[in-house]
Design a protein around this ligand. Structure first.
Ligand code: GLU
Length: 403
């Protein structure tokens, strides 16, 4: 019908051309598609708690709908939810904020995007530690900024070298990004690391963006530590990003938030008012119940994640060619599988970690995300937000596939 395919000449922005899809989402979609075709794929890809959202939270959303709370709220979120966020933050980590510092968004990912859009100008640089969550550099780049990546290693328990951070600073550096506990390594920055980064931020007049989405999933009796807890000066330059998704098994509800200095929060709210308006209204009511209602499900889920970690880490370490750190939080393990890169496994050459992930998906029917997606080649991420039975079967398949 057409002389040329209109798709070939269609206008696509440079911004859109530069963006690759999220590898975590892509891997999970691929595993889902294989399952839909009847293949028995076990997913260790996406970080999504396998527990149902607690019943009291679901009920709060139903009650909100029944009460007619189905219309717009203020673009930056319901005042009552902002107050609940402030209250829960004070209760859980002892930090006091004003509700005017809070912007409620469509998930933690959106909260982060609002932050970058509020602070990043073209050419600005943000220090990001690898392994990093896949979307950080992509989001910064969407705003015209540059992620300056500082590598960390399993041998150092994924702690950054502070001298390397100082060397990486330039007159375009505007912020440091911290994610502790981290995705994908479940790593926790030590107090010395946090204090060092806080000092660098204060000396260099930098912001700290602290993604605290895993702060309730901590193991071995650990307590959460954020740079915002290290004194007023560093608190005033720390922007928190958080949400209900991981703590309350509410990934699909899409409620996250930022807590920032008032001027930044105002700008982020203005941006959101133009881009999306408020996040889903009944979900905001559910989030109030999540934050202020009974908290016992948080402890139950946390304990189960710890039990799974305690199974998974030794199971991985027993396999030849795998070195695995013990994550201090979150629900991921990030083993070093570099000994298998360069091998040929059952006739399949494995030149990269991506090839290994492909091989595991095709041949062993287990889906995991290659370390290169997180800026750390030679590793692979397994999410243990999945049942113990599936973890055990997955490890059996992995052992067989690597032998
Ligand atoms: N944060 C989760 C993960 O890393 C959810 C998926 C995503 O948004 O990347 O798997």
């Amino acid at each position: 019908m057409f002389a040329t395919n209109p798709e070939d000449t269609m206008k696509i922005s440079q911004r859109a051309l530069a963006i690759a899809p999220s590898p975590t989402i892509a891997m999970s979609s691929r595993a889902k598609a294989m399952r839909a075709q009847g293949q028995d794929v076990i997913s260790f890809d996406v970080g999504e708690p396998d527990f149902p959202t607690p019943e009291n939270i679901c009920r709060a959303a139903c009650d909100a709908i029944a009460a007619g709370h189905t219309k717009y709220t203020p673009a930056a979120g319901l005042p009552k939810l902002k107050e609940a966020i402030v209250q829960a933050t004070a209760r859980d980590v002892g930090l006091q904020y004003d509700p005017a510092q809070v912007v409620v968004s469509n998930g933690g990912k959106h909260a982060l995007m609002n932050i970058w859009e509020s602070i990043v100008d073209p050419g600005d640089e943000v220090i990001v530690f690898a392994p990093y969550w896949v979307s950080y550099p992509a989001q910064i780049e969407l705003c015209g900024g540059r992620a300056v990546v500082i590598p960390t290693r399993g041998e150092d328990d994924f702690q950054p070298d502070l001298d390397q951070v100082r060397t990486a600073l330039s007159d375009r550096t505007i912020a440091l990004l911290i994610n502790s506990p981290s995705n994908p390594a479940g790593a926790i920055f030590t107090e010395a690391t946090m204090r060092g980064l806080a000092e660098i931020a204060v000396e260099g007049d930098l912001l700290i963006i602290s993604d605290e989405i895993y702060k309730h999933i901590l193991f071995d009796g650990r307590k959460h530590l954020s740079t915002a807890q290290l004194g007023e000066e560093v608190k005033s330059r720390t922007i928190l990003a958080d949400g209900v998704a991981k703590t309350y098994a509410m990934t699909g509800w899409r409620i996250g938030w930022l807590i920032a200095p008032k001027e930044i929060a105002k700008r982020a709210g203005d941006i959101q008012s133009q881009e999306t308006s408020n996040p889903n209204t009944p979900a905001q009511y559910a989030a109030i119940e999540a934050l202020l209602g009974p908290q016992d499900s948080v402890a139950t889920m946390r304990a189960e994640f710890e039990r799974r970690r305690d199974y998974l880490v030794p199971a991985l370490c027993e396999m030849a060619g795998i070195k695995c750190n013990k994550p201090g939080g979150a629900f991921y393990v990030f083993p070093d599988i570099s000994a298998h890169v360069g091998r040929t496994l059952n006739g399949t050459p494995i030149p990269t970690d991506l090839a290994l992930a492909e091989y595991l998906l095709e041949k062993a029917l287990i889906s995991a995300v290659p370390g290169s997606a997180f800026g750390s080649d030679g590793y692979i991420r397994f999410s243990f937000a999945t049942s113990m039975e599936l973890l055990q079967e997955g490890m059996r398949r992995l052992r067989e596939a690597l032998s």
